[in-house]
Ligand binder design. Structure first.
Ligand SMILES: [Zn+2]
Length: 126
């Protein structure tokens, strides 16, 4: 049988092993938490796009007339459209570019011009 001293040592050893395991689990948990946060952020981005699309689809008549107006107005040359609201630059054909209210629209010859002016590139049409 164990002597008292051995038993005590055994307990201490297993305790420190358990503690070590728990520390490792904690590290894994923070990693997973980070991954979860990143996924959440991606989901929120997607959700934002989705609501934009839903808003556009909810009003197809307006969208069509806007698109016609747009082709007349913007045949000139400028191929890049900035939304002053979102601060994003789109190619003119981009789904989101078509929805920008004319009052909040800026036109650029090149994407670089817009980026140099501080606008972010759209993730859908970049
Ligand atoms: Zn776009």
């Amino acid at each position: 049988m164990f002597k008292d001293r051995d038993l005590r040592k055994l307990c201490e050893d297993s305790f420190s092993r358990v503690k070590h395991d728990m520390d490792q689990l904690n590290v894994k948990q923070t990693d997973q938490q980070k991954e979860m946060d990143q996924m959440k952020e991606k989901l929120l981005n997607l959700y934002g796009m989705l609501t934009d699309m839903q808003a556009a689809l909810a009003d197809p008549v307006k969208k069509e007339s806007e698109a016609k107006e747009e082709t007349k107005q913007e045949r000139k040359k400028k191929d890049f459209v900035v939304s002053m609201r979102s601060g994003k630059v789109h190619q003119r054909e981009c789904f989101f570019a078509r929805k920008i209210d004319p009052r909040h629209r800026l036109l650029f010859d090149t994407k670089l011009d817009a980026v140099n002016d501080g606008y972010a590139v759209c993730s859908a049409c970049a």
